[in-house]
Ligand binder design. Structure first.
Ligand code: ADP
Ligand code: ASP
Ligand code: MG
Length: 405
């Protein structure tokens, strides 16, 4: 039988009781003959608690030391799960990211996996062990402990599945699959049987927190089928694979809705109309590791233009400070910002062949009294920026209006 990689998220291993339940599920699969590699997240909210702990000393601690601190969360849960499996008589061994051979970039807090040397995992598997690997962490070439970014255990799991040529990567969480939108926001959200990598990648990038975007990217790149299901109930989950959705439900052009409710907008007015303006401005932001999302530029007169762009709200203070510091070199007139915004997006590969989808989306929002402040589109998604206070209403109206129930 082939290898299966399973990942259990924080809520699935939140207490010793939950860890024992996960161990029983694993035991059952071992008895059925599966060869298992298990990736776990830190227990419950312990990553948040570790961040708070550091912030009691320093609001902006060193990124290297934060990785050192946060990596301990997953080290606790891998050992706890190994102890629980051993107690059931199942041979199991826990490995930290570096013990598992996960080599990453040195970018602390947002490191990408470069390669995985799976010798150690394969060795333990060949002697009949369940191998438990710490999610979300790795080691850089210079030996520093790194983390992959919040929610990154999904990516560890899919990357391991790709390296080990596993039959499948199973992601177990606190919902029983991927829904048309967050089922905690819209109770009539519908569970999807399948979703394509491209659709899921858009949804994840646009704020559907159920999968780490890079895990979907990795799944698509290496053709790893990803099954998302619940560790709490035995229900059939959702399979993320290549393009099945379009064949099975070709009349359905919106697959899902995602929302990101931590958006801020910056407007730089009176920029000189020279060819290098945009490149200079955005290069400055990139050098400060500020991720810019939607960009709109307008010509004011023959000499001046205005640029508006969105960023994650957490980056607002840093962005304003970078721009203020460079006011003279950028030679702009005024700087405005707006916080408390959200981005609500519809995603679906069927949009490529349907017209009028944007018009319908705008109508659904405006008839609900929701002002659209910015829009961006790709072949398979339309995003709108609105006031955060309208986010739930917007998602609900779109969900209903596009008949996703
Ligand atoms: P874990 O700790 O297991 O990684 P997460 O909290 O990261 O779990 O992801 C699961 C959560 O994702 C769910 O509780 C749900 O609220 C949220 N979510 C957002 N969008 C969706 C969606 N389209 N389908 C299912 N869950 C979603
Ligand atoms: N423990 C990390 C976090 O809370 C990684 C993960 O859960 O995937 O973000
Ligand atoms: Mg997660």
């Amino acid at each position: 039988m082939g290898i299966i990689v399973q990942k259990y998220g924080g809520s699935s291993v939140a207490t010793p009781e939950r860890i024992k339940q996960v161990a029983s599920r694993i035991q059952k699969r071992v008895e059925e003959g599966d060869s298992l590699v298990i990736v776990v997240s830190a227990m419950g909210k312990s990553t948040d608690q570790l961040i708070q702990l550091a912030q009691e000393i320093d609001q902006t601690p060193s990124e290297r030391e934060m990785d050192m601190l946060l990596a301990t969360g997953e080290q606790v849960s891998i050992a706890m799960l190994a102890i629980a499996l051993n107690k059931l008589g199942v041979p199991a061994v826990s490995l930290t990211g570096w013990q598992a051979g996960i080599l990453t970039e040195a970018a602390h807090g947002a490191a990408r996996i470069l390669e995985i040397d799976a010798k150690s995992i394969e060795g333990y598997l060949s002697t009949g062990n369940v191998v438990i690997v710490a999610g979300f962490q790795g080691v850089s070439e210079n030996g520093g402990i790194t983390t992959l970014g919040r929610g990154g255990s999904d990516t560890t799991a899919v990357a391991l599945a790709a390296t080990l040529q596993a039959d499948r990567c199973e992601i177990y969480t606190d919902v029983d699959g991927i829904y048309t939108t967050d089922p905690r926001v819209v109770t009539s959200a519908r569970k999807l049987e399948h979703i394509s990598y491209d659709e899921m990648l858009e949804l994840a990038n646009l704020g559907a927190g159920v999968l780490h975007p890079r895990s979907v990217e990795c799944g698509k790149l290496f053709g790893v089928p990803i099954l998302v299901g619940s560790s709490f109930v035995d229900e059939v989950g959702t399979l993320v694979t290549e393009g099945i959705q379009m064949i099975i439900e070709s009349d359905r052009f919106v697959a899902g809705i995602a929302a990101d409710d931590e958006v801020a907008r910056i407007t730089v007015e009176g920029l000189p109309n020279v060819v290098t303006t945009l490149s200079t401005l955005f290069k400055l932001l990139a050098e400060s590791h500020i991720n810019v999302d939607i960009i709109i530029t307008n010509l004011i007169d023959s000499d001046h233009s205005t640029v508006s762009f969105t960023i994650a709200e957490k980056d607002l203070a840093k962005t304003l400070s970078v721009l203020e510091k460079q006011k003279e070199s950028l030679n702009f007139e005024t700087l405005h910002f707006e916080e408390g915004l959200a981005k609500v997006s519809i995603v679906g590969s069927g949009m490529i062949s349907h017209y009028g989808v944007a018009a319908q989306m705008f109508e659904l929002l405006s008839s609900g009294g929701i002002e659209i402040k910015m829009v961006s589109t790709s072949e398979i998604k339309i995003s709108t920026v609105i006031a955060r206070e309208h986010v739930e209403k917007a998602v609900q109206r779109l969900h209903e209006g596009f008949h996703l129930e």
